[in-house]
Design a protein around this ligand. Structure first.
Ligand code: URP
Ligand code: ZN
Ligand code: ZN
Length: 459
């Protein structure tokens, strides 16, 4: 009997290998990968000659439809589909009241998950959430087991902003996370160092965005990372370092990993592809925390990715509008920038084309490692039996990035005018075509909330 779909004549790339093969899909799952003769006939055949056939990319750090993003689940997942990203992990917030917040009253993590699941009814690609703990409220410790049961097995904590937690409370959360075998996800910047420098720059009138990186220095990121990762080790908890931006911080995390602790970490597309000269070029558009650093930090990210002491590349996608960036002083700007749609081509260009990283490496850091780190067993591979989340990628097509092509609601791109070689041609989510040569063709509602397992990390 014929299966639903066959992707024929492409180069299949897995986390360990690349080879010529056909891929057969039935009922949303991969059913066979092999020589043309060994793969069943299909009702529809897609010609993938000259293309790479990779597992859909998985982005574990995305902000959609909340105080950090004007994107809705429809626009955000549309951008993801065009970017070859078939699953992302957003944030479910423990509602808090404050300047940065859209909430009028405090809430629980379970309510935050429900809120995102309702918004996710318009999703085109699959999604999950991290629980984001925003208050030192002991009730959250009681809630964590129920949140894990709801399929949310990782928890983000911030050391900075108005939602920053103190070390004492983070330590209590880490003990609970260790009991549950869940994952602690950490935004680390020492708040007293960053706040003091920011106040000083305000007093001195240093509002030009070129001053911004000095207000949140690399050592402040490394200091907070060291505290958090040390507490995780003492508690026996899994630690995931989010948006690692600099050599000092990556070195700290690596040193704890060598000590045998359960440490993993990501960097983001912009810490690979951009350096601090961007603030002289696009000003507040590149206002992102931690800041975009020096060229040596870019190279440090590649060095750590090469030796596996950074595991993942994410986007930290925030769909903001230019309006929120066009302010007199950098500290009045919104923080974050969009990149879901362009991350794969940009990382491919920087890592594979310019630095000789392999295609299996690309699949590992943007897909397989993410699935393994965050408990998504049906994703991140092309193994028969797993979800048919597939991206067809033309490694030789050159194009110029422009915000005019954005499916994201955001109206600018920090990569505007950048020429990249490598383009997403087609994206399938559970066997359905969701992006076709630059058009979003997936139906809102096709994307599903994915309940995650507790991940098994081999240290
Ligand atoms: O500048 C950033 N990264 N904004 C989003 C919030 C966060 O800390 O990830
Ligand atoms: Zn963060
Ligand atoms: Zn973020």
């Amino acid at each position: 009997m014929a299966v639903d779909l066959r992707i024929s004549g492409g180069t299949v790339v897995t986390a360990t290998d690349s080879f010529e093969a056909d891929v057969a899909v039935d009922d949303g799952r991969i059913v066979a990968v092999g020589d043309a003769g060994s793969v069943p006939d299909a009702e529809e055949t897609v010609d993938a000659s000259g293309l790479l056939v990779m597992p859909g990319m998985i982005d574990p750090h995305v902000h959609i439809e909340d105080h950090f993003s004007v994107d809705t689940y429809e626009t955000g997942t549309g951008a993801a589909a065009l970017g070859g990203i078939t699953t992302y992990i957003d944030f479910a917030w423990q509602a808090w009241v404050g300047e940065l917040s859209q909430y009028e009253e405090e809430g629980t993590l379970l309510e935050g998950i429900e809120e995102k699941r309702e918004k996710g009814e318009r999703a085109v690609v699959d999604y999950s959430v991290h629980g984001a703990i925003t208050r030192e409220d002991p009730d959250v410790l009681e809630e964590l087991a129920d949140v894990v049961d709801a399929g949310v097995t990782s928890f983000k904590m911030f050391t900075a902003y108005e939602i920053g937690l103190g070390n004492g409370f983070m330590n209590r959360v880490l003990e609970r996370i260790a009991d549950l075998d869940a994952v602690g996800v950490f935004h680390t910047e020492d708040p007293s160092v960053c706040d003091e420098l920011t106040d000083q720059f305000k007093r001195e009138g240093k509002g030009d965005p070129e001053w911004y990186p000095q207000s949140r220095p690399d050592y402040a990121e490394a200091m907070a990372a060291e505290d958090a990762v040390r507490m995780a080790r003492e508690a026996g908890a899994k630690y995931y370092g989010i948006h690692t931006s600099c050599r000092k911080s990556a070195d700290v995390l690596e040193s704890f990993r060598e000590d045998g602790s359960k440490v993993r970490a990501e960097t983001c597309t912009h810490y690979l592809a951009l350096d601090d000269s961007i603030y002289g070029e696009v000003g507040n558009q590149a206002m992102i925390a931690p800041p975009i650093r020096k060229p040596d930090d870019n190279e440090a990210m590649f060095e750590h990715l090469r030796r596996g002491s950074l595991d993942v590349v994410s986007t930290d996608h925030c769909g903001y509008m230019l309006e929120g960036k066009q302010v007199d002083n950098w500290w009045e700007s919104t923080f974050g920038a969009n990149s879901l749609q362009v991350s794969l081509p940009v990382v491919h260009d920087e890592a594979v084309n310019k630095r000789g990283f392999s295609y299996p490496w690309l699949v590992r850091v943007m897909s397989t490692n993410v699935a393994q780190t965050f408990g998504l067993p049906g994703k991140g591979t092309l193994d028969p039996g797993t979800d048919a989340d597939i991206v067809l990628f033309d490694p030789g097509e050159t194009y110029t990035i422009t915000a005019a092509d954005n499916a994201s609601a955001a109206d600018f791109s920090i990569y505007e005018g950048r020429e990249v070689t490598g383009r997403v041609k087609r994206t399938f989510v559970r066997g359905e075509l969701v992006a076709d040569d630059g058009d979003v063709v997936g139906e809102p509602g096709h994307g599903q909330f994915v309940e995650r397992d507790l991940p098994d990390w081999e240290v």
